[in-house]
Design a protein around this ligand. Structure first.
Ligand code: ATP
Ligand code: BTN
Length: 247
């Protein structure tokens, strides 16, 4: 059956709401958008600040052939391509799920696997659109969170931008997903090449959250893990174990 969307002025979290709807037999809602969120969440339950001036949305889809670990890289690639085409912002990707623009984090992605009524993949995207965000950020993250500096002054213009971005992102995402599903063999190479090309710190010495200093080589196209060299030794790092430290 076809799904529907919900648009909220204010919501606790689009991620919670889409899961709740997926669990309720009578509701066939698979895309939720909010202008702001009171309890936006990142990975491990961490708070994602979601005041007015951002785009927050979640959507849900059944699992397919794409390995679960590749949904986040696929979304990050689709988001960075749609930001380039809709508003000419060239973002870099900070492994594994963040987008940076002018050295600041401007968007975050979360993908969760839920298996309540039936197995589902829940994708959530938060994009910091314009300036008011920074004023409300807690000091510990204010220095590394930025925004895309896009217009807020004209409400209609902003709405048009946001809906363009959102549809462009979904189009990019589902097109790439379909390409993968149809070709199967090695098809992840296509979007993982793009993902890798935008990787922040590629070819540079970077610091991992566990204190190791390594040379960032790239990502594994089959499972999205980070490939680094510690001296001459090549290591594969899974997301969840360690992250990249930029500051
Ligand atoms: P990071 O490296 O950004 O800390 P992560 O991807 O490992 O993040 P998550 O838990 O998935 O972390 O995302 C939540 C984190 O995002 C918060 O801990 C905070 O650092 C940062 N953050 C919170 N609100 C925003 C926002 N509006 N824009 C960008 N980053 C934010
Ligand atoms: C991150 O920064 O690493 C992930 C943040 C994901 C935030 C989005 S905003 C829309 C959706 N609803 C949520 O509560 N979280 C996601």
């Amino acid at each position: 059956a076809a799904g529907c969307l919900e648009y909220w002025q204010n919501l606790d979290s689009t991620q919670y709401r889409v899961k709740e709807a997926a669990n309720a037999a009578a509701e066939n809602i698979n895309l939720i958008i909010a202008r702001r969120q009171e309890k936006g969440r990142g990975r491990y339950g961490r708070h994602f600040f979601s005041p007015l001036g951002g785009l927050y949305f979640s959507f849900i889809l059944p699992p397919g052939k794409l390995p679960l670990a590749l949904y986040t890289p696929l979304l990050a690639t689709a988001l960075s391509e749609s930001l380039a085409s809709v508003c000419q912002r060239n973002c870099r990707i900070k492994w594994v799920n963040d987008l940076y623009w002018q050295k600041k984090k401007v968007a975050g992605i979360i993908t969760e696997f839920v298996a309540s009524k039936q197995p589902q993949i829940v994708c959530g995207i938060g994009v910091n659109w314009c300036a008011p965000l920074n004023a409300s950020l807690p000091p510990e993250i204010a220095g590394r969170v930025g925004n895309l500096a896009l217009p807020l002054a004209n409400a209609n213009l902003q709405k048009a931008y946001l809906s363009d971005l959102q549809s462009e992102l979904l189009l990019e995402f589902f097109t790439k997903l379909q390409q993968y599903e149809e070709q199967r063999i090695d098809a992840a190479g296509d979007f993982m090449e793009l993902y890798e090309a935008k990787l922040l710190g590629k070819g540079e010495q970077v610091l991992l959250s566990d204190g190791r200093e390594v040379l960032l080589q790239g990502v594994d196209h089959n499972d999205g893990s980070l490939l680094v060299y510690q001296g001459k030794k090549q290591l594969k790092i899974n997301s969840g174990e360690v992250s990249l430290r930029l500051d």
